[in-house]
Design a protein around this ligand. Sequence first.
Ligand code: ATP
Ligand code: MG
Length: 343
Amino acid sequence: MQTKEVILTGLRANNDLHLGNYLGALLPIVKMQKKYAGEFQINLFVPDLHSFTTPIDHTKLYEQTMHNLKLYVASGLDLNNNDTFLYRQSFIPAHSELTVILNNFSYMGELSRMTQFKEKKTNQENVSAGLFDYPVLMAADILLYGAKYVPVGDDQTQHVELARDIGIRFNNKFGKEIFKVPEDEKTQLAFTHEQQRPRIKDLLRPEKKMSKSDASGKGVIFLGDTPEVATKKIMSSTTDSVGKINYDQKNQPGISNLIDIYSLLSGIPVSEIVDKYKAETSYNTFKTEVARNVSNFLADFQKNLNAVDQDSLNKKLAESEKAMNEVANSKLHEVQKAVGLRG
Ligand code: ATP
Ligand code: MG
């Protein structure tokens, strides 16, 4: 059975992933696999049940889920690593069942306070109970496997903390260590920080992060964008009237974001980039260079994506889902016993 501590992370499959997801999640996950496999068990999953907490085209969901799994592989994930489990949330029914149980130990008040809920509900006419309840499903995702570290972006840290609260509350009520809860926020942040997860901003509204559920997608570089489309998006990105290339996230968020993108893709340090363009009085040359880097990256990435072996991926999924169903069902059974559903 499970002997190593677990690192767990997932990527929602509600739309095509973007450059922010790549630099802020996919790439750090691949690096994490390289660094920690051996020492930790690594659970990577597609939270497909989380995909329609915001409206989506359901005819595309399955395909999108399978596509996202391929994106992990195209980013460099090693499918032959035995410490890594790759699975789809809905293929492990214990996630849903534990959520129904945990709902009774989660409070309306704490769920209403979740920033993601407050933000996402404002864009919708009818707010679903699914959107409201999503952090409880996330708690189930984490608690079923007793994950120690759950590396997420800052938009999700509150949910990890909630999973910890729910787990501790449950343990206290039933007087047992049924759930191994994730580390506290400070320890998580220290671990996540170590993974260097940058925050890529929207190209048109650089005060907000690049988001795959953004309605227009005009400020978002999707991993499936052609180099031409990406170039157009970069060239028409919002800048400022300063007319000088400085790394100043507060006063020049657009330019700073482009510097970040350029630096992360090319490996050239931010200070060197600023130095290189210090004599420029217009942003055009700089934008062209960023666009060139992004286009080259997309071309390489799409080549890797086309080369992903679907059979190996399917085999990995089948093996992982079998193994994780066993782990999850065993934990669920303990919970069912504690709450009185099983003798
Ligand atoms: P949505 O709008 O549907 O919430 P999203 O683009 O915010 O989509 P998520 O599925 O919420 O993406 O997050 C997936 C992972 O990608 C998380 O680890 C998250 O922190 C990371 N991520 C999301 N957006 C960015 C970004 N702009 N820059 C860096 N990392 C990001
Ligand atoms: Mg998000």
